[in-house]
Design a protein. Sequence first.
Length: 178
Amino acid sequence: MRWISSRFESVPEIKPGLRCKLGLMSLPLRSSASGNLFPAPKSALAAHTAHVDGGARGNPGPAGYGVAIQDASGHPVAELSEYLGHRTNNYAEYQGLLAALRYAVEHEIKALKVISDSELMVRQMKGIYKVRHPELRKLHEEAQKLVRRLEHFEIRHALREHNQIADRLANQAMDRGA
């Protein structure tokens, strides 16, 4: 591995096809058009943001999800929620993610950033954790198929207090089933 030095630190050169915990990395060292060290990230696309939450009271118990979608300017475009019956929290989290992804595909949204308070689901979607439960594995595979239909997808973890609208929608969905 060759190291690239800058004024501030030394960092390893990224080789095309290098595997890491987050998947395959294949970045050119220098963009031929701009001469910049790295090309502009795909996230430069105008991305919608989906705040996703799922929950189950009792786990398993009455479950539901909530999704709040905003356009690239931060304006609300959709609020989705559904009561799911007697399910687990993780099942509800994945159903929320799937609802956001289906909405994006159906409305021809090209770039989507997902924010979830489920660290497990985020790490599974990034490939950091394996999906061991058979039912969640099916949901994970469906989510990955939908992600491939987008030009750009990001997912990140946020604490519940930074996901309040989706949390409220998920609780309203669970209330509908009580």
